[in-house]
Design a protein around this ligand. Structure first.
Ligand code: MLT
Length: 404
């Protein structure tokens, strides 16, 4: 008889956003008259900017002509896109990242789930608590996390780094040495950001202790403050200890188009073995590359017009963030995030648990958010709202919450 990967059986419940989706669908079916406003999953609502649509159309036309048709994409992605990324996201910020250190993919979710494959299952991971669930779930699937304790909602072999109101949602350096450290800034779900000096401490720690930081920069477009770095490679020494993940979902509306990239610097090594070579090997074997059409759309993000149009889109969502932040404050909630990030993190009222608040908000206000405990044990008693709704729905949602 064949055997399954029984690590999958260890995963409790379903993926957080699938659970929420099912709950909301069941509620909607039972109450078809209720208008539901979705501020749960961080999915964008604004249409693709005209400059992106034009690039897509042009690329589609090219695909229908013999001379400009494109088949398989190159393993690492097209040079036109990798050059644009290297120039705009790195060189312009004083970071030393070359185009051939960039791996284009179908998004940061896939890469953040898959990158662990190039590391030994014996490695210990450290995660912020609360955390984007993909980091832990993918390590569970790989068999790296030990046993699950349903009472505490923790895995025996994972080092949790609590992010609490007391530490401003910025974890301390781990007391026990991990091998892999997952960091996400601006943070999902708390909306916290990190200064360059504070991030430099993590880089120094990783180099000193021989760890790799997997740095998720999916939300960097939302950074508004000067001293907040857009990339970990703004820190000295990051080339020898950090992998960086990027998404086009949140800055350019590609959640349904799918495009992202991962940087694995050539200086990142385990002894003589280059992690860049391992990831390239995996990419070559298991991945066919993002479509030409989509990579051309990604290139348009970096054109002057693309930058202008997408800056306006980010500003649109950040106006929503302000509406949520200020509206909740006025209503007496304790609120965090929303300054350098499109997520607002709030304390649930009284002793209400995250899921109790989820149900209350859905049933009384018709508003969907994400329970903080779904992101980890330290998220209990917190709740996340996203700024990715339409402005009209965001205003309506906050009015309804205020009226509770
Ligand atoms: C979230 O809501 O945390 C994100 O949208 C999930 C994702 O980007 O995969």
């Amino acid at each position: 008889m064949f055997k399954i990967n029984d690590n999958y059986l260890k995963l409790p419940g379903s993926y957080l956003f699938s659970t929420i989706g099912k709950k909301v669908a069941a509620y909607s079916a039972a109450h078809p008259e209720k208008e539901i406003i979705r501020l749960g999953i961080g999915d964008v609502t604004q249409p693709l900017a005209p400059v992106i649509v034009e690039a897509l159309k042009k690329a589609v036309e090219e695909m229908g002509v013999q001379e400009t048709f494109h088949g398989y994409a190159p393993d690492l992605g097209y040079e036109f896109l990798r050059n644009a990324i290297a120039e705009n996201d790195y060189r312009a910020r004083g970071c030393e990242i070359a185009a051939d250190e960039i791996f284009v993919s179908d998004g940061a979710k896939s890469d953040s789930g898959n990158i662990q494959e190039i590391f030994s299952v014996d490695n210990k991971i450290a995660v912020c608590d609360p955390v984007y669930p993909v980091y832990v779930d993918s390590n569970v699937m790989a068999g790296r996390t030990g046993t699950y304790d349903p009472a505490t909602g923790t895995w025996s072999d994972v080092i949790y780094m609590p992010c609490t109101m007391e530490n401003g949602f910025s974890p301390e350096l781990p007391k026990k040495r991990p091998d892999l450290i997952y960091l996400c800034y601006p943070n999902n779900p708390t909306g916290a950001s990190i200064t360059k000096d504070a991030l430099q401490e993590w880089v120094n720690y990783a180099n000193r202790e021989g760890c790799v930081i997997i740095y998720d920069a999916a939300y960097e477009a939302y950074i508004a403050e000067e001293n907040v770095p857009h990339s970990i490679y703004e820190c000295e020494g990051a080339r020898t200890c950090a992998i960086e993940l990027h998404s086009f979902s949140k800055n350019a509306g590609f959640t349904g188009v799918r495009l992202g990239y991962t940087v694995v610097p050539r200086d990142l090594k385990c002894g003589d073995v280059s992690l860049h070579a391992l990831w390239a090997r995996r990419h070559g074997t298991k991945y066919n590359g993002a479509p030409y059409i989509v990579q051309r759309a990604g290139e348009a993000v970096y054109s002057d017009e693309g930058k202008r149009q997408l800056k306006a889109q980010v500003a649109y969502y950040m106006k929503n963030a302000q509406v949520i932040y200020e509206g909740l404050k006025e209503a007496g909630y304790t609120v965090f995030g929303g300054v350098n990030a499109p997520y607002i993190w709030l304390k649930t009222p009284g002793s209400m648990t995250s899921w109790e608040f989820f149900d209350r908000l859905l049933e009384t206000a018709g508003v969907v958010g994400t329970p903080g405990s779904g992101f980890g044990p330290s998220g209990e008693g917190y709740f996340r709202l996203t700024a990715f709704g339409t402005y009209e729905n965001t205003v309506k949602a906050i009015e309804r919450i205020k009226a509770l």
